[in-house]
Design a protein. Structure first.
Length: 315
């Protein structure tokens, strides 16, 4: 079952069009720890701390990231600084990150077993974004001293005001609600058009991207569904539903390591609050990973789950 809960976000028009770049992840990156240097070689990534952020008790030169690149994902471990009663100063924790198409950002989530511990710089939803340190642009030729064309203010059109009226927000809410109802009624194509119209009006409504992905999943178009789920994750790594949906697609397409990693993040971080152990055992999308020892171990960590040594079989 795909969860499609959504909340009304502040309407703001924001567009971005990242260009595709064929390059590795090697370089300097800004993280919640500070600036790190990532080296990618042979499908492995290693991140070393160059400059620690304030209140991060980790020495320069410490390896803080170890992972593997699988398609456009980085999975592995990251060292984080922690605060709170009975919490260690630092800890290694699991991480799953989606590589943006332009390879300038990594978006995903971390899992820390002790939820009471706080991680400076991490969002409340445990979503994480790592961004590449931009290369300073080349200086442009100066125009100082050159004559400039006088500005004809009479012919200059006024700037179009942003639509921040309640009427504009209400229209988006209505259209999103309509899309969800159409999807529930089995009208995937009509639902998709509704979600796309929401995205056109406000590209920041992450639930609409997830909704488009679900419409493609309904039609068995898994590559298209995954592409839209990834857009949702890149837009907002705190949006928990999409981690489970990505896990389902990777399971359906026989990519077990990625399916298990995304499912682990989704469940252990509490992103999928309405799913029970019985739901996971009955979800046909997860059939390809249900017999994996890691899946069985994951079930054992959930309330009401079987013992780690017990077989995970559908009821």
């Amino acid at each position: 079952m795909r969860t499609l809960a959504w909340s009304v976000a502040t309407v703001s028009l924001l567009c971005s069009s990242p260009g595709l770049a064929e390059r590795s992840l090697s370089g300097q990156w800004q993280t919640l720890l500070g600036t790190i240097s990532i080296r990618e070689k042979g499908g492995e990534v290693v991140g070393t701390l160059l400059k620690a952020a304030a209140n991060v008790p980790i020495k320069k030169g410490t390896v803080v990231l170890n992972g593997a690149v699988i398609e456009d994902n980085v999975t592995g471990e990251i060292t984080v600084a922690m605060t709170g009663a009975d919490c260690p100063a630092t800890a290694k924790t699991m991480i799953v990150l989606l590589v943006a198409p332009d390879k300038n950002s990594l978006s995903g989530a971390v899992h820390v077993p002790k939820l009471a511990c706080q991680i400076p710089g991490l969002s409340g939803g445990r979503g994480l974004r790592i961004t590449r340190v931009a290369t300073p642009p080349k200086p442009r030729p100066t125009t100082q001293g050159l004559p400039t064309k006088p500005k004809d203010e009479k012919n200059t059109p006024p700037a179009a005001p942003e639509d921040e009226t309640p009427r504009g927000k209400a229209a988006i809410v209505e259209r999103m609600t309509q899309g969800l109802q159409l999807l529930q009624d089995g009208h995937a194509e009509q639902s998709r058009r509704a979600f796309l119209s929401v995205i056109k009006a406000d590209p920041t409504v992450v639930e609409a991207y997830n909704g488009v992905g679900v419409t493609f999943w309904r039609r068995g178009q898994y590559d298209e569904a995954l592409a839209w789920y990834k857009k949702a994750l890149d837009l907002n790594p705190d949006f928990g539903d999409v981690y489970y949906n990505i896990a389902c697609i990777y399971s359906l397409t026989q990519k077990k390591p990625l399916a298990l990693r995304y499912l682990t993040i989704a469940l252990l971080n509490g992103y999928i609050k309405n799913n029970t152990v019985e739901d996971l055992l009955a979800d046909d999308d997860l059939a390809n990973i249900r017999g994996d020892p890691e899946f069985k171990q994951l079930l054992s960590t959930l309330p009401g789950g079987p013992a780690a040594s017990a077989p995970a079989s559908a009821p």
